[in-house]
Design a protein around this ligand. Structure first.
Ligand code: PMT
Length: 326
């Protein structure tokens, strides 16, 4: 039978997946190998009775030229994602950590600003000098090494890197396909700050944009929101958490509610740029819960991510219980 498409469907907007195929340069990372690794990791841990969370972390790079000299970036350091990964691991989850290359990484994040040449010392050895670390310059290192060692032994962290927006979009889809068979025991924790704008592959200049051509004017297209196919098609039974960052408190909660109504996922973690590390609101369709870290707690080293993960893992348990009943 020949399929005849109606004028309306011929005019329809391409799906996000089609838009990625048509408009984006091929990813610069090995997506198929990553997809196989994520699938094996998710299946293995699920069989051992662990819940699996996909954490996205860091910003995305949007090239302005195809032989890229310049690109559009954003402020995200990856601290939220990296810290959250540690607390999810502590809570017994297996973690796929989909992060921007060179953004903060679980455990080592605490020493990201350390100049190692100031920490390491040469000590005389029998045949050649030995290298020793000055422990006092690495606060908390014993506990961190213990936690890191336990995680390595259990094999509960799978790091996957992205760099460009195209990498991120392809890898997110592969991750969703890997986690979908886990049903309600899979969680998506989308903390990455993904660019809202891009230049389609067909319009991007090949060579470096010349300043001799005068002031630069660029028109960028809107990046499709991946939450929509993720929730509807790619992993419809999973527990999905997105993040919302604003700089204006007045619009934050309204935007979080709007995202829930649009994408029909489960939770939005709402944060404001100025208070990112000490205050978030956990927003669901029916309630808003403030989580904060006091100055005293901050001094004692308490991190807001610990509270976020405690809250969300409990919500995930209730979500799984309800899914079992239905
Ligand atoms: O990395 P840090 O420096 O610690 O900063 C953490 C953070 C501020 C980046 C983080 O807490 C945060 O708020 N991240 C989301 C930023 C945001 O406002 O995203 P958005 O409104 O553009 O997107 C909404 C959600 O959809 C996000 O969960 C995003 O990861 C996801 N998204 C967005 C666009 C897209 N094409 N695909 C997506 O999956």
């Amino acid at each position: 039978m020949t399929e005849v498409s109606s004028p309306a469907s011929a005019m329809a907007e391409p799906s996000p997946a089609e838009q990625i195929r048509q408009d984006f340069a091929p990813p610069q990372v090995p997506v198929e190998a990553a997809a196989r690794a994520m699938e094996a990791f998710a299946r293995g841990h699920h069989c051992e009775g662990r819940r699996v969370v996909l954490i996205t972390s860091g910003g995305t790079k949007v090239p302005l030229e195809s032989r890229t000299v310049r690109f559009l970036d954003n402020f995200s350091s990856g601290r939220r994602g990296a810290a959250s990964a540690e607390y999810f691991l502590q809570a017994g989850y297996a973690v796929i950590f989909l992060h921007r290359q060179r953004s903060l990484y679980p455990y080592s994040r605490r020493y990201a600003a350390t100049n190692w040449l100031d920490v390491l010392r040469l000590q005389p050895g029998e045949e050649a000098p030995r290298v020793e670390a000055e422990q006092s310059r690495l606060p908390g290192i014993v506990h961190i090494l213990q936690d890191y060692g336990r995680m390595k032994e259990a094999g509960t962290l799978l790091p996957i890197e992205f760099n460009t927006l195209s990498d991120y979009l392809h890898l997110l889809r592969a991750a969703a396909q890997a986690l979908s068979p886990l049903g309600s025991s899979a969680m998506f924790y989308l903390a990455a700050a993904v660019s809202d704008f891009y230049i389609p592959a067909s319009e991007i200049p090949e060579h470096k944009i010349q300043s001799s051509s005068g002031p630069l004017q660029i028109t960028m297209k809107m990046v499709p929101k991946m939450l929509s196919p993720l929730v509807k098609d790619w992993a419809p039974k999973a527990f999905v958490i997105s993040f919302k960052l604003e700089t204006d408190t007045e619009i934050l909660l309204e935007k979080a509610q709007k995202a829930l109504a649009t994408y029909r996922h489960h939770v939005v973690v709402a944060n404001i740029l100025d208070t990112l590390r000490t205050l978030v609101v956990i927003v669901t369709a029916t309630e808003e819960t403030k989580l904060s870290v006091s100055e005293e707690e901050e001094r004692a080293g308490v991190e807001i991510e610990e509270k976020i993960i405690k809250d969300l893992t409990l919500r995930h348990t209730h979500f799984m219980d309800r899914a079992e009943v239905n």
